[in-house]
Ligand binder design. Structure first.
Ligand code: AN7
Length: 360
C-alpha cells in the first residue's frame, strides 16, 4: 500500500537502507522502528581538553529508538525470527538488549521474555522492558548466568534467542560501520568502542571489512576496544567469575563473541585494554561537560581508553578517530546524579534569592 509516510520520511531503517548487504529478500517481513541514521558528532572540545592533535567523531547510538545500538541488531533478529514463524523471543541482558528486544517483539506481535541480573540494571532500561510489556525475570545471578540459562532454553526449540549469539544480530549491527563510512566519506584510522559480550566489536569489524571489499571505504580502521577493569576477561585472557563495574552494561565475565573479538583485534591490528571505574566516570562526566554529549558509563569506557592511549603516545597526529557512544545517558539517571559534581540549589521563590545564588 502506498502510504503518506513514504513521502514524509526518506529514512526507513537499516534493513531498507542496507538491504543489499543483509540476508533479506523482497518478501522479508521487515520489523523496524526506523533505527539507525544516528549522528556522527565532532567532539572538538573534548579533544582540545585532553590536548589531542587528532579528529574525534562520536557515533551517537543513544539516538536509536530504544536509545542504544542494540536496535540495529534487533531489527534484523526480530525480522528473521518473524520470517521463520517464531512466536516467543528470549534474551539475557545487562539492560539494553532487553529494552530493544521488548520493543521490537511488540511490533512483531511476538511474546518477549527477558532475563536480567537482579539489582544490576540501570533504571531506565528496566523501565523500558516493563513498559514495552516484556515478561521480565530478574535472576539471582549475573549476566553470564542469565545467558547460560537462555542458551539452554533455546535448545528446547520453543523460543528464539535474540542475544548476539544469533548471527542476525551481528548482521544488523555491522551497519553502524557502513553509516560511519558514508557520513565521513572515508573510513576512520581508528575506531574505539566499549566491549562487553563482544558482539559489537565483531559486528563493526565485519561491517568495515565488507564496505572495504565493495570499495565503499578506502581503508580498514584499527579497532580499539575497552573493558572495565573489574570485568575484563578478554584483556586478562580468562573468564571472570564475579565481574563488577559501575558500567553495568558491560558487567560481563564470559563474553559470547570472545572469538569474534580476538579476530577483529588481530586482523585490524587493534588493541584491547581495561579502564578503571574512576577513569570511566571521569570520561563520562568530561564528554557531557565539554561537548554536551550524554552517554551511559559503558560508552564512556572507550573515551577513558582514548585518553590513556593518547597519553601513552599511541595516537599519531592528524588521525581520524570514530568512537561508538553505545547508549544514551538517560538510561542510567542514578549514575548521572551521583557523579555530575553538581546539585540543585534550593532557594525561596523570589528574584532576589535566585540572583544571590547565581552571583548577580
Ligand atoms: C551501552 O544489553 O550485553 O560488546 O545485554 O549496553 O556487543 O556486548 C549490552 C552491552 C556497550 C557492550 N555499551 O557491547 C546487553 C549487553 C552498552 C551496552 C555494550 C553494551 P557488546
Amino acid at each position: 500500500m502506498e502510504t503518506a509516510a513514504k513521502q514524509l520520511q526518506p529514512w526507513k531503517g537499516i534493513i531498507n537502507q542496507y538491504a543489499r548487504y543483509l540476508p533479506v529478500s523482497d518478501a522479508t517481513p521487515v520489523i523496524t522502528l526506523c533505527e539507525g541514521n544516528t549522528p556522527l558528532i565532532p567532539a572538538t572540545n573534548f579533544v582540545e581538553a585532553i590536548g589531542g592533535k587528532f579528529e574525534l567523531y562520536l557515533k551517537y547510538e543513544g539516538l536509536n529508538p530504544t536509545c542504544s545500538f542494540k536496535d540495529r541488531g534487533m531489527t534484523m533478529a526480530m525480522t528473521m525470527a518473524k520470517e521463520r514463524g517464531a512466536e516467543v523471543v528470549i534474551c539475557a541482558s545487562t539492560g539494553n538488549t532487553s529494552a530493544s528486544a521488548a520493543a521490537y517483539a511488540t511490533r512483531a506481535n511476538m511474546k518477549c521474555v527477558v532475563l536480567l541480573p537482579n539489582g544490576n540494571i540501570a533504571l531506565g532500561k528496566l523501565a523500558q522492558a516493563l513498559l514495552y510489556g516484556a515478561t521480565t525475570v530478574a535472576i539471582e545471578g549475573n549476566f553470564d548466568d542469565a545467558l547460560r540459562i537462555v542458551i539452554e532454553l533455546g535448545e528446547t526449540g520453543k523460543v528464539e534467542v535474540v542475544n548476539s549469539i544469533n548471527p542476525a544480530r551481528i548482521e544488523g549491527q555491522k551497519t553502524a560501520s557502513f553509516e560511519i563510512c558514508d557520513q565521513l566519506g572515508r573510513a576512520p584510522d581508528f575506531h574505539f568502542l566499549p566491549v562487553g559480550n563482544a558482539g559489537n566489536i565483531t559486528a563493526y569489524w565485519k561491517g568495515f571489512k565488507e564496505y572495504y571489499s565493495v570499495k565503499k571505504a578506502d581503508r580498514l580502521p584499527r579497532l580499539f576496544g575497552f573493558q572495565a577493569a573489574g570485568a575484563a576477561p578478554i584483556v586478562d585472557g580468562a573468564p571472570v567469575a564475579q565481574p563488577n563495574t559501575v558500567a553495568t552494561a558491560i558487567r560481563i565475565g564470559n563474553p559470547a563473541s570472545w572469538q569474534g573479538a580476538n579476530n577483529a583485534l588481530k586482523e585490524s591490528k587493534g588493541h584491547i585494554a581495561k579502564v578503571t571505574d574512576a577513569e570511566i566516570l571521569a570520561a563520562y562526566k568530561q564528554i557531557a561537560q565539554t561537548d554536551g554529549v550524554f552517554v551511559e558509563p559503558a560508552s564512556a569506557a572507550c573515551l577513558a581508553g582514548l585518553i590513556k592511549c593518547h597519553q601513552a603516545g599511541m595516537i599519531p597526529e592528524g588521525s581520524v578517530i570514530t568512537a561508538t557512544m553505545t547508549g544514551h545517558g538517560l538510561k542510567d539517571p542514578d549514575n548521572a546524579i551521583q557523579n555530575a559534581g553538581f546539585e540543585p540549589t534550593i532557594v525561596e521563590a523570589s528574584k532576589e534569592a535566585v540572583m544571590k545564588v547565581i552571583g548577580l
